[in-house]
Design a protein around this ligand. Structure first.
Ligand SMILES: Cc1cc2nc3c(=O)[nH]c(=O)nc-3n(C[C@H](O)[C@H](O)[C@H](O)COP(=O)(O)OP(=O)(O)OC[C@H]3O[C@@H](n4cnc5c(N)ncnc54)[C@H](O)[C@@H]3O)c2cc1C
Length: 429
């Protein structure tokens, strides 16, 4: 397939990826590594901000390792585990020693992280086009996607990109998927989260990700249906924020006032106060529980937030975005090894099946836990003083919330969690 020059009004590729967040850059990298000609289109210029907690659990670290990202280079901050704080109790839980995952997590601001990942994809051979905003899908008479239209900054020049496959990695707005008629399942929750950076020499090298479970919404007096975090970045700053489900699935939570209510509870010597703030408070939605399905239709594959892949247990979405991107890239590479037509389609239909196999039951149970417990009382009931006093229970809970398990089971906790998942009916589509 001929590769068009950068300044052309029309370019062709074998695959177009819309959006260069963690989902898009990972997809582009794996596609390029499979020897495919891939165009990665991003509306912003790098580096750019993205509202995020900047935290990676071992699942996310494993994906970076699989992509060949040098996580020993300067700029990465390692963590040993999580510290949970609830009703005066605080416990530190190290990441477990498993066969399939690293025993540490990472933090890095998305300002640097997304830039680095996009550059990594470009170094692998993906053709990265920044400041290109995709405006609509192009389709043939049968409604199958054949490319996208876009505008190019700074002058808004219209451009067309053509390819037989498009990966929609355009985040929570999911514009590409919506344009192809893939609506959001309104029964699945969309949480919201907000973060702010502070200078804090006292906490910037903390070896744990700190999470607070007993927060309140000051206007309603109700428990925050979520949690607060203080994540160390190792560069003199911490990322402080909170995320919450809609209160009992209806009213959105006022995150700003909940944050203002919480911060005075943090020790003064941490310096997490207005005069040390380094950014405005930024918020964004968290589309959860695989809330846009199917993840494949007529040449379009959805990955990351555009498919609502954020975990309903924890609000974590980077690892899932990168993992699904790898699955999508493998699926496309296998599909292209077959002639266009029903045999190729059969391969592509495997993508949603594999996504369901990995996360279907786990997310279904998470959405149920969200409905029955988290949206009503937050994480406080899970971190009851009796649980906080029981290391085995805490370890199991931590691994359930973060999906850090070995398959096949490596220890008793794995065995219990796998059995629990098998009891959950598998979602059909
Ligand atoms: C406050 C907050 C805290 C969070 N904390 C964490 C955390 O600590 N750990 C974690 O794992 N997850 C966290 N998440 C979730 C995580 O940020 C997302 O799940 C993750 O960014 C999803 O990646 P993505 O690539 O699918 O989407 P995005 O990161 O949103 O990337 C989408 C990309 O597409 C581009 N784009 C959009 N539209 C177009 C278009 N029309 N044309 C071209 N490009 C386009 C965007 O500019 C962007 O670069 C948090 C979320 C929030 C809001």
């Amino acid at each position: 397939m001929p590769a068009g020059p950068v300044g052309a009004r029309e370019e062709q590729a074998q695959v177009i990826v819309v959006g260069a967040g963690p989902a898009g850059s990972s997809a582009a990298l794996h596609l390029a590594r499979a020897g495919l000609d891939v165009l990665l289109l991003e509306k912003s210029g790098f580096p750019r901000e993205k509202a995020c907690g900047d935290g990676l659990t071992p699942r996310g670290v494993a994906q970076l390792v699989r992509m060949g990202v040098d996580i020993d280079a300067p700029g990465w901050m390692r963590n040993r585990g999580m510290r949970w704080v609830c009703e005066g109790n605080r416990v530190e839980l190290d990441w477990p020693q498993l066969g399939s995952l690293p025993d540490f997590g990472l933090t890095r601001s998305r300002h640097d992280f997304d830039d680095l990942l996009a550059a990594h994809a470009a170094a692998a051979g993906a053709r990265l086009r920044t400041q290109v905003k995709v405006t609509a899908p192009l389709t043939d008479r049968a409604g199958r996607i054949t490319g996208v239209t876009a505008t190019r900054s700074p002058d808004g020049e219209p451009v067309r990109y053509r390819a037989p496959f498009v990966v929609a990695a355009d985040g929570a707005s999911a514009r590409t998927a919506v344009a192809l008629g893939l609506a959001r399942d309104t029964n699945r929750p969309v949480a919201a989260a907000a973060r702010r950076y502070y200078h804090s020499q006292a906490r910037t090298h903390d070896p744990y990700l700190e999470l607070w479970a007993d927060l309140r919404c000051p206007h309603t007096g109700l428990d925050l249906p979520g949690y607060g975090w203080v994540f160390p970045l190792g560069d003199g700053r911490v990322n402080v924020g909170l995320g919450a489900l809609p209160q009992r699935r209806r009213r959105p939570v006022d995150l700003r006032s909940a944050l203002e209510h919480w911060l005075p509870r943090l020790p003064t010597e941490w310096g997490i106060q207005e005069e040390n703030a380094e950014s405005p408070l930024r918020s964004a939605p968290l589309p959860m529980g695989l809330n846009r399905r199917p993840q494949y239709r007529r040449g379009l594959l959805l990955v990351g937030d555009s498919a609502g892949m954020v975990s309903p247990w924890s609000g974590e979405g980077i690892a899932q975005a990168m993992e699904a991107a790898e699955v999508a890239a493998e699926t496309i590479a296998l599909a292209l090894a077959r002639p266009a037509g029903p045999r190729r389609e059969r391969v592509l239909e495997q993508y949603p099946t594999e996504i369901r196999r990995r996360w279907g039951r786990y997310y279904r149970l998470g959405s149920l836990a969200g409905d029955l417990v988290l949206a009503r009382y937050g994480y406080r009931p899970l971190l009851h003083p009796r649980v906080m006093a029981s290391p085995p229970l805490l370890r199991a809970l931590a691994r359930l919330l973060t999906h850090v398990t070995d398959e096949p089971a490596h220890d008793t906790i794995d065995a219990v969690l796998h059995t629990l998942m098998r009891l959950v009916p598998s979602p059909r589509r």
